[in-house]
Design a protein around this ligand. Structure first.
Ligand code: ACO
Length: 331
C-alpha cells in the first residue's frame, strides 16, 4: 500500500492587516494584554468582497504552481472549515466551481481547529486505498465577520484571524516516506465550552431577532477550560504519534502545532520535552486561523527551510468540540 506524501503546500491571507492597536480602537483592550495572554501581534481580516472560498482558491493556485499541476489533475477536494460562506452547500463545491472542475467529489469537514488533521486522516485513507490519487486538502477560515468586535466579545475577538492554507497530497512509492500515522479524538461533553449556538436548526425558529439580540451568533468560549484541556491533550497526542511509530523526541525535526495561543504552544513544548528549535510558531503574525493554522505554518516552515526530505514532522491540534489529535509524517 502506498503512503501519502505532501506534493506541495500554499497559503493566502487577506490584504487587511489588523494590529492590536487597531483592536484597541474597537474595544477595551490593549497591545500589552493581547501579547501577554496570546502572543499575537497582528492578524489578517477580510475586506469587502473577500470570502473564504476566495482565500482558498488563491492558496490552491499557489500550491498547484509549486507542484507543477493543473486544477484538472485533482481527484478530490477535502475542505475543512468551521466558518463556511453559506449554511448550505458546503464550501468544497464552491471551490471546485472556482477551480473550473465539475466531476470530482468535494467533501466538507467541520472539525474546527482540528479540521486539517481530520481532513488529512480522511485524505490519507483514500490515497492509501487507491480511491483517489491527488487530493486537495484545504483549511480556510473567515472568522472576522462573525466575531463580536465590542468589549463584550473581546476575549475571543482578539484571538482569531482569517486565512487559508492548503496541501496537495498524493501517493508515494518511496518506502518509508509520507504520512506515518494519524490519531484523532473528540469529546462532545465539552461542546458548549467553545461554540456558536445559533442560528441553528435546534432552534425553532432557527433564526430570530431575539437570538441576534442575545448574541447567540457570536462565538463564546470558556477560555480557561479550553486552555487547560488543550495544554494537556495536545502533548498526549504528540507522545502517541511518537510511540506509534517507535520514534523518540530526538527524531522529531519539527512540531507544527495548531497556532491557538503562544502560551498553549509553550506548554505543549515543555510537556513534551521538545527543544525550542523543534517547534514552529507563527501565531504572532496571523492569530488563530483555526483549520488554516497548520497548513499556513507548514508552508512558512518549508519556505524557511525548516524541513528537508526524510525529516520527521509531527502535527498536533486541539479545538472546539472538543476535538484533538496528531499526525506523524516522514517528509
Ligand atoms: N483585553 C483586555 N482584557 C480582557 C480581554 C481583552 N481582549 N479579554 C478578557 N479580558 C479581561 C477579562 O474581562 C478579565 O477581567 P476581570 O478580571 O476584570 O474579570 C481579565 O481580562 C482576565 O480574564 P481571564 O479570562 O481570566 O483571562 P485569562 O488569563 O484566562 O486569559 C484567554 C484569557 C487569553 C482567553 C485565556 O483563557 C486563553 O488563552 N485561553 C485559551 C483559549 C484559546 O486559545 N482559544 C483559542 C481558540 S480554541 C483553540 O484554538 C484551541
Amino acid at each position: 500500500m502506498p503512503r501519502t506524501e505532501f506534493l506541495a503546500t500554499g497559503f493566502h491571507v487577506p490584504s487587511r492587516l489588523v494590529t492590536n492597536e487597531d483592536l484597541a480602537g474597537m474595544m477595551e483592550t490593549s497591545d500589552e494584554w493581547i501579547l501577554q495572554r496570546s502572543g499575537i501581534k497582528t492578524r489578517y481580516w477580510v475586506g469587502p468582497g473577500e470570502t473564504g472560498v476566495g482565500l482558498a482558491k488563491a492558496a490552491t493556485l499557489k500550491a498547484l504552481a509549486k507542484a507543477r499541476l493543473q486544477p484538472a489533475d485533482l481527484d478530490c477536494i477535502v475542505y475543512c472549515t468551521c466558518t463556511p460562506d453559506h449554511f448550505e452547500p458546503g464550501n468544497g463545491v464552491f471551490l471546485q466551481r472556482e477551480l473550473g472542475l465539475s466531476d470530482i467529489p468535494a467533501v466538507d469537514v467541520r472539525n474546527q481547529c482540528s479540521g486539517f488533521l481530520y481532513g488529512l486522516s480522511i485524505a490519507d485513507a483514500w490515497i492509501r486505498t487507491g480511491q483517489y490519487r491527488t487530493v486537495l486538502l484545504v483549511g480556510a477560515e473567515v472568522h472576522s465577520r462573525g466575531l463580536d468586535k465590542t468589549t463584550r466579545g473581546r476575549d475571543t475577538a482578539v484571538l482569531f484571524g482569517d486565512g487559508a492554507g492548503v496541501a496537495i497530497l498524493g501517493p508515494t512509492v518511496d518506502d518509508g516516506r509520507g504520512v506515518l500515522s494519524t490519531h484523532l479524538f473528540s469529546d462532545g461533553r465539552h461542546a458548549e465550552k467553545l461554540w456558536v449556538d445559533g442560528p441553528g436548526l435546534a432552534h425553532d425558529p432557527f433564526v430570530s431577532h431575539e437570538m441576534l439580540d442575545q448574541n447567540l451568533h457570536r462565538p463564546v468560549m470558556e477560555g480557561r477550560e479550553v486552555f487547560k484541556f488543550a495544554s494537556t491533550l495536545m502533548p498526549q497526542s504528540v507522545q502517541l504519534a511518537l510511540q506509534a511509530n517507535g520514534l523518540t523526541l530526538a527524531d522529531v525535526k519539527l512540531l507544527v502545532p495548531h497556532q491557538a495561543n503562544l502560551r498553549i504552544i509553550e506548554m505543549v513544548r515543555q510537556a513534551t520535552g521538545l527543544r525550542e528549535e523543534q517547534v514552529f510558531i507563527n501565531i504572532q503574525k496571523f492569530g488563530n486561523t483555526t483549520a488554516a493554522s497548520i497548513p499556513i505554518a507548514l508552508d512558512e516552515a518549508l519556505d524557511a527551510g525548516r524541513l528537508r526530505r526524510g525529516d520527521v514532522l509531527v502535527l498536533t491540534a486541539f479545538g472546539s468540540g472538543f476535538t484533538w489529535g496528531s499526525a506523524a509524517v516522514r517528509w
